[in-house]
Design a protein around this ligand. Structure first.
Ligand code: NAP
Length: 284
């Protein structure tokens, strides 16, 4: 089922993968997947494509073509794609969001690698201690985090700017929705920012002032631009270990690549590509 293109008059067989997002130009995924194809020794191409909401059905249809392995979906398509796919993984169905589409013989499976990618990032940071967790936010990323933490049997509280959305999330996925003032912060071992607060703004934070957390607590901020958010800065200043969302970004990509190709490319390849440590080779 390899696709064929003609480069310089020479037939080159190449696997194709995509990112569908709007906007798409800012994405770091092409450099990660180019490095992964190179590391795996696969002739492959990953193309970030701007897809407007009204064009999503046609773009999803294109994934059924021979030679296409699948696609990543990002904002605003993660939820809208669900009814357009043939099947959903248990995680995608429960979370209600698809970030990875896998093509097999004309059929499209929707999966969610944000959830296991988040857990792998926590593990990589040495932050998988059991105990009370708080997830800030109630969008797709928060739903993935709550699903993931519950899969490890952890107790999760959800705090969101719009309380009704936190309540809806916990109705669907379990956990308890609380206002920030009601959280027993001194017992919290893991604080996860899965909201967009702090994104692109080093001065804003989802939680001010940062409350005192349990001894040995860890703060995971899914935001990675800027690399050091205000939340991370304040956590570290308080002596709390903290990490940004680059690890999750790398691991969700690693898991998507493995689902498409079956190739287990190490997380370091994706992390180095993000850090600019690996110059992605020219795509075939
Ligand atoms: P989303 O569905 O749009 O949800 C955004 C959430 O953030 C909502 O709960 C919203 O609250 C809250 N929010 C927005 N601005 C806020 C503010 N100023 N103060 C407090 N809360 C605010 O987005 P998403 O897809 O869940 O993504 C959330 C974040 O996670 C983004 O920054 C995204 O880049 C990041 N993310 C990172 C990774 C990774 O691999 N590292 C993966 C996925 C997502 P309301 O409900 O009140 O609107």
């Amino acid at each position: 089922m390899l696709g064929s293109v003609i480069a310089s008059g020479v037939p080159v067989r190449v696997w194709r993968t995509f990112l569908y997002a709007d906007p798409a130009a800012h994405s770091l995924s092409p450099q990660m997947h180019a490095a992964a194809f190179a590391a795996a020794g696969w002739p492959g191409r990953y193309e970030a494509r701007r897809v407007a909401p009204q064009d999503l059905p046609a773009a999803i249809g294109e994934l059924r073509a021979p030679g296409v392995l699948g696609a990543n979906l990002s904002l605003p398509h993660k939820e809208a794609a669900l009814p357009l796919l043939d099947d959903l993984s248990p995680a995608a169905r429960a979370i209600g969001a698809v970030n990875t589409v896998i093509h097999r013989d004309g059929r499209l499976l929707g999966d969610n690698t944000d959830a296991p990618g988040f857990l792998a990032a926590l593990d990589g940071a040495g932050a998988s201690a059991a105990g009370l967790s708080v997830v800030l936010g109630a969008g797709g990323a928060a739903r993935a985090a709550v699903y993931a933490l519950h899969s490890r049997g952890q107790e999760v509280l959800v705090v969101n700017r719009t309380p009704e959305r936190a309540a809806a999330l916990t109705r669907d996925l379990g956990g308890q929705a609380l206002g920030a003032a009601e959280v027993p912060w001194a017992q919290v071992r893991l604080l996860v920012n899965a909201s967009s607060a702090g994104l692109g703004d080093p001065h804003s934070s989802p939680l001010t002032p940062l409350p005192a957390l349990a001894p040995g607590a860890f703060v995971y901020d899914m935001v990675y631009k800027p690399a050091e958010t205000r939340l991370l800065r304040e956590a570290r200043a308080a002596g709390v270990r903290a990490e940004n969302g680059l690890g999750m970004l790398a691991h969700q990509a690693r898991l998507a690549f493995a689902a498409w190709t079956g190739a287990e490319v190490p997380a370091e390849v994706f992390l180095e590509a993000l850090a600019g440590g690996v110059q992605a080779p020219p795509q075939p």
